[in-house]
Write a protein that binds this ligand. Sequence first.
Ligand SMILES: Cc1cc2nc3c(=O)[nH]c(=O)nc-3n(C[C@H](O)[C@H](O)[C@H](O)COP(=O)(O)O)c2cc1C
Length: 217
Amino acid sequence: MKLRRMKIINDCIYETIISSYGPDKKPNAAPFGVIFKNSKIFHIFFYKGSITLSNLVFSKCGVVNITHDIELFYRTAFEDYDDFDVKRPLFQKAEYINAPLIASADFNLEFIVDEIKEENFKTLMVCRIVKIKKNTDAEVQPYTRGFFAALESIIHSTRIKHFFKEGNNAEAEKLIRLIVHYREVARRVSPDSIYVKIIEKLMKRFNTWGRASASKN
Ligand SMILES: Cc1cc2nc3c(=O)[nH]c(=O)nc-3n(C[C@H](O)[C@H](O)[C@H](O)COP(=O)(O)O)c2cc1C
């Protein structure tokens, strides 16, 4: 079993939606970050108090749903499942484990919980994938904030270059502060990744552009 057709970087946080049953068999779904350690094992860090955490402690199994549907993130974060009617139900029963899956997701990763540990006020779950259901022929890259941080930084850098050229250092510095923030985000969610490397490369360019601008004025 392989995470084929998914471009995964190990140790990078990917934003997904986890579905699970409660003790009363009520299906639940909410967004959570998952960190792949290899092709079978991934980690989830839970803050206290979510329904998903107590469901998984109880049932020891669930489904990671990989999607780019932003409405699905919004609705599941705030339990607004109302718009999913009977003709287009949100949940289906998973194949191998006792959990619901989201049929409209690109991938459903059915998993069991191998280990639960308490770490710095958070609960770490070590999970093992037991079945992968692929609902698309496309190659899918699960969403990571590292990608977003790098792309935003590239976009801002094109403006920074322009502002330095015009001698508008104040505007350039404003955007550089945003990029410093994006570098922190990328380092936290995707350490040592291509995303961090790209942002660091951009930041080296700012010094060159800044010096060129200073020598003109
Ligand atoms: C994109 C995204 C990622 C999230 N990742 C986590 C996470 O990794 N750990 C966590 O405890 N909460 C995370 N949350 C917050 C939970 O989704 C939120 O607390 C949710 O209301 C829990 O719902 P539940 O009580 O139905 O499980 C995340 C939220 C979003 C929008």
